[in-house]
Each structure stands twice: as C-alpha cells, then as structure tokens.
Design a binder for this molecule. Structure first.
Ligand code: KG4
Ligand code: ZN
Length: 402
C-alpha cells in the first residue's frame, strides 16, 4: 500500500511517500519512495519561537513544491492524460471553496492538479493534531484537495502517535525499514516543543496518558533557556552542545538547579520553575554588568540539562517500575538529546530492567512526514479513514483520543 504523508503541525512543512506491507509486527516492512522537508526554523528564529501566522503562510507556500519533489523522486509525476481539472467545474468550485483561506496554496494547487495525472498511491495521511491550528489547517486542506481530486481515502493522524511509531522503526538505511522487536506493555516518553507526556500502551492504537507537564514542555524549556542565553531558536541542539562541552571540561558543575516535581508521587512534570531559576541566574549576571561568556553559557546549559534529565529519567523510571513495562520508547524533538538518551539507558541498566529502549534515529527525531505516513499506514490497514467534511484541525488532540 502506498501512503502519502503530510505534516504541518508546527514549523516543519513535510511530505513523504511510502510503500508498506504487513501488520503491526515482525512482518511489517516499508520503503520510502520520496521524502521532502522544509524547516522554517530559521524564519521563526527572529521571534524566538514559532509565530503561528508565519508558519501558516509558509506551509501554504511550501506544500506544492514539496509534493512535486516527492512525486518526482518516486517517478510518479506524469503529465495529465486527457483528464483536465479545469474542464471539471464542480471540482474547481470545490477547490476554491476548500482553499478560500489559503489563496497562495490555491494558486499553486490548481496548476499542480491540472497538469499532472493521478499518481499511483492508495491513501493520503495528514496530521490532524496536536499542534498550531492555523498550521494544521493548511496541511489538512491540502490533503482534502488531493484526496478529492485523486479520489483517494484520507487518514487523520495524531502527531504524537507518529512520534511513537517512528521511534519503533528499525531504519538501517534511510530509505527502508521494519518494526523493531518489542513487546507490550510499552511506555512512551514523548518530549517535544509542545508536549511532555508519559503514555502507556498495552495494545496497538490504545493509549493511556499517565503523566504530562503542568506548564512548559521540555522542548519549550530548552528553547526558552536558549533565548535567555541569547542563542538561536530552536535552542535544544545548541544547549545540548554547550552542556556537552562543559562536561568535557571535567570540572564540577557550577550550577545546581531545582528538579521540579521529581519526588512527587505522580508522573507529571513541571518545567516553568526550572526556567525561572535559570532566568534568575542569567539576570543576576547581567545586573552585575558581566557578559554572557561562553564559559557561563556552557555551565548554565549543563546545569539546566542535568535538571531536565534527572526529572525526565526519574519520572520515566518510576513509571517503568509501577507499570512493569517491557518496552520504553522515547519520541519527539527532545529525544535527539544525546545526554537524555544516555541517562535513560544508564538508569534502565542500573535498575536491571529488562525493558528494551527504543529511540528514533537522530535525523528523524524532530518533526517529519515519514512518521505521519507510517502512522497513517497502520490506520489504513484497519480501514480507519476520515470523512473529509468532518475532518478538522484539533490543536489540543490528546494521544488518548486516538
Ligand atoms: O517534535 P518536534 O520537532 O516538534 C514538536 O512537535 O514540538 O520538537 C521540537 C523541539 C524543540 O523545542 C527543540 O528545541 C527540541 O525539540 N530539540 C532538542 C534537540 N533537538 C531538538 N532538545 C534538546 N536537545 C536536542 N538535541
Ligand atoms: Zn513533534
């Protein structure tokens, strides 16, 4: 089955086409026929975070070029064969209506659909949520336009399930893969720019949220601390690099920050107090008129990352023990963090836990459309298709709702 995945929940515009076979187990395999992603991060950097209306406009500009690229890679972009969209008044009217809020997308979709034949694909999967609603809508409307024009079923994907499923893949080379060996029950630590969640699953597509952040997400905390240190958005990778440099210096940590909620008897998180503690340190230095030297930045990054890792690992280990899970999955952009990965692996080993630890390949830890195509595929084999008119962006969509 061939699935075209579309992702626009935040600041990555992404399209991916996969061919996949088999159910959710050892028989599953897939290959990537085409994959394209445009990160808007540099554009949002000037705002220090994602600016929703800019994200929306950018997605509208990017989707047709990305889809064109993907179908070209797959060898599926062929000239229209007699069936001209422009000749079909009803279709055209429907497209105008569908994309009335995305004039830039409409301007590009019309020639794209008009000039090309329907590609040999089976369904279109698109992120329904969670994410920024204006951004989600662009992907959803684009997916609806393609599904209508090509008469294909639509699949609504939960972005967080996409992160979980991607982390479970064995991608020995970047263009094909299988599912890694795993057993239920599994526990997923989802750490991204918008979410910090512990999710329990005892069968495919059934999720229970056992813990979540009460304020900032882990990635948001990385980004905010980076901003305090006058580093570029997204701050996660840069903080990770600086913290590693500090540790390589082999000195004692200079700053010990608070570990919010670490010892509370629950699986929830809080990062806003930690961010405030970091802010106080940075502001105290600025008030003294001292510059944010590289040494200072490194030490702040290290102290902050130590605290985040302690809390994430502490809560995850508590859940591993409480629920007796067989598999631990880490997903979302912050799962690219080498220190957090290592700390979790060490903690599982130290506890003598038999649970397997599954993390995504670094290049696919942050948002992409492969994860949406893969999650969409597993929905499609269960014939869980979305009714186009009822499909709406759901900014706060919970993982427990899928
Ligand atoms: O999953 P993702 O791409 O988007 C959302 O769904 O939010 O996650 C983005 C987040 C950003 O906050 C970014 O700073 C963080 O992931 N991130 C990292 C690293 N790489 C990305 N955080 C810590 N260490 C990293 N290496
Ligand atoms: Zn994400």
């Amino acid at each position: 089955m061939r699935i075209l995945g579309i992702e626009t929940s935040c600041d990555e515009s992404a399209v991916c086409l996969i061919e996949a076979d088999g159910g959710f187990g050892p028989v599953f395999r897939f290959s990537v026929l085409g994959n394209a992603l445009y990160s808007q991060a540099a554009l949002h950097a000037q705002y220090g975070g994602v600016f929703p209306n800019l994200a929306k406009r950018e997605h509208a500009k990017n989707l047709v070029p990305l889809a064109t690229d993907v179908l070209t890679q797959a060898g599926m972009l062929h000239p229209a064969d007699g069936h001209h969209l422009h000749a079909d008044g009803a279709h055209l009217h429907h497209l105008h209506e569908l994309l009335s809020r995305e004039p830039e997308l409409l301007r590009q979709v019309l020639p794209f659909l008009g000039q090309h034949a329907k590609p040999d694909i089976d369904a279109i999967a698109v992120t329904r949520g969670p994410g920024l609603e204006p951004a989600l809508w662009v992907g959803i409307n684009f997916a609806k336009a393609l599904a209508k024009a090509w008469d294909l079923p639509l699949i609504a994907v939960n972005h967080m399930e996409g992160h979980i499923i991607l982390s479970m893949m064995d991608l020995r080379n970047p263009t094909s893969g299988t599912l890694r060996a795993f057993e239920f029950p599994l526990l997923a630590l989802l750490i991204s720019g918008g979410h910090t969640e512990l999710v329990l699953s005892d069968k495919f597509a059934s999720y229970r949220l056992v813990g979540a952040t009460r304020d900032d997400a882990a990635g948001e905390a990385f980004d905010k601390v980076a901003r305090l240190l006058e580093l570029d958005y997204p701050g996660g990778p840069e903080i990770g690099r600086l913290a590693a440099e500090a540790r390589a210096g082999n000195t004692e940590p200079e700053f010990e920050f608070t570990r919010p909620m670490l010892h509370d008897a629950n699986f929830d998180f809080s990062f806003s107090g930690l961010k405030t503690a970091v802010r106080r340190r940075v502001e105290a230095r600025q008030c003294r008129g001292d510059a944010l030297t590289i040494e200072f930045r490194r030490e702040i990054a290290r102290g902050f990352e130590d605290a985040v890792a302690d809390v994430l690992v502490g809560k995850t280990m508590r859940a591993v023990e409480e629920f007796g899970v067989s598999t631990v999955i880490v997903g979302g952009g912050v799962s690219a963090n080498a220190f957090i990965r290592q700390r979790l692996a060490d903690a599982l080993a130290a506890a003598g836990s038999p649970a397997a630890l599954l993390v995504p390949p670094l290049s696919l830890a942050t948002d992409n459309a492969l994860m949406i195509a893969l999650a969409g595929y597993f929905r499609a084999i269960h014939r869980e298709f979305a009714e186009p008119d009822a499909l709406k962006a759901a900014g706060n969509l919970s993982i427990a709702a899928v």
